[in-house]
Design a protein around this ligand. Structure first.
Ligand SMILES: [Zn+2]
Ligand SMILES: [Zn+2]
Length: 349
């Protein structure tokens, strides 16, 4: 008889139910992980409210969401080499093919055959057990909590954006937007040794958190008359060398051009789900701006663990809410409806 597990299943917009599912059986190169903590991501919320992000749509099929998780290994496939039962691991949620051009070039975030946890048609980790390729699991340091483990994936997004931007320790940066991703970018900039980090946001509570996790200056755009002038004042009249857009709205995609100096670099980190927002391309050409975008990440989970082990960053201040597994739907409603207070909502199993 097949063993069963419990899973939260998204069946319609904002309709998630605790159901029984067959327990996964690990293949030879996979480990079976008992999930201990899971973080709710902005993308999970998109699926929760719209049942789609761009081309990734549920098309009426049930979906288990979630891709930010940490757990304990409870079974090991026979070809696994490094894992044993009882190991505490985090999971890299995308499975690339490792055979195509891009995978072989080390840019596996562009693999066309990527299987991504919790993105339709693939189920996620909001369930008791997940079978996952061993090579995409990473051992947690002993002292690390399950909750911090479950927050590493968005930190890796921050690390990728900072690495991809080309910023050096002596440069300065503006971060526009202080939600979970903006704060993760700030954590990553700090870990990279960047001296001056200017955070711009609209909620004082989040700006206070930005200062706590590594921003050197904050600007509350609700109160400040001229944010661009303020940024210039903080950067010897120039504007920032690097800027990171972490909201994902058409308005902020445009706005961030005002905060960077001529010759500067803007990285778009925020997830924008539709084309059509205007961009100031004529002046961008005259000003010699560089635009960068990024999707997901490559080869950073093990490095993130080292940064956290040696306290170059601390993710726990970003965890504003915790719920039990049984309260999964309440956790989602909080993350969705309490945007002022909720940064990272974590579910403990
Ligand atoms: Zn995520
Ligand atoms: Zn590939």
């Amino acid at each position: 008889m097949d063993k069963k597990m419990r899973a939260w299943v998204l069946r319609d917009k904002q309709q998630m139910f605790l159901e029984e599912r067959p327990m996964p059986v690990p293949k030879d190169d996979e480990v079976l992980i008992k999930i201990k903590s899971m973080g709710i991501c902005g993308s999970d919320l998109h699926f929760y409210t719209d049942l789609r992000i761009g081309d990734y749509a549920t098309n009426g099929n049930p979906l288990i969401v979630g891709h930010e998780c940490a757990g304990e290994i409870v079974a090991v496939g026979k070809n696994c080499k490094k894992s044993k039962i009882g190991d505490r691991v985090i999971v890299e949620p995308g499975i690339p093919c490792m055979k195509c051009d891009e995978c072989r070039a080390g840019r596996y975030n562009f693999c066309h055959d990527m299987y991504f946890m919790g993105t339709p048609p693939w189920d996620g980790c909001m369930c008791e057990y997940v079978a996952w390729p061993e090579f995409l699991t990473y051992q947690m340091p002993e002292e690390m909590s399950w909750q911090e483990g479950a927050m590493i994936e968005p930190f890796v997004v921050g690390l990728q954006s900072v690495r991809n931007s080309g910023i050096q320790f002596s440069d300065n940066a503006v971060v526009l937007g202080c939600g979970a991703i903006g704060l993760m970018v700030i954590e990553a900039l700090k870990a990279a040794g960047v001296g001056r980090i200017i955070a711009i946001g609209r909620t004082q509570k989040k700006l206070d958190l930005a200062l706590q996790v590594g921003a050197t200056d904050v600007i509350n755009s609700r109160e400040c008359q001229d944010v661009a002038a303020e940024v210039r004042k903080m950067t010897d009249g120039w504007g920032a060398q690097y800027a990171f857009e972490c909201v994902g709205s058409g308005e902020t995609f445009y706005e961030i051009n005002n905060y960077v100096r001529d010759g500067g670099t803007i990285t778009y980190v925020g997830l924008m789900v539709e084309d059509g927002a205007p961009m100031p391309m004529a002046s961008a050409v005259m000003r010699g701006l560089t635009y960068k975008t990024m999707i997901r990440y490559t080869n950073l989970f093990d490095r993130a663990l080292i940064l956290l082990k040696y306290k170059r960053a601390d993710l726990l201040p970003l965890m504003t809410h915790q719920y039990s597994f049984e309260e999964g739907d309440i956790a989602f409603k909080t993350a969705l409806n309490d945007k002022k207070n909720a940064i990272k909502v974590v579910i403990n199993f």
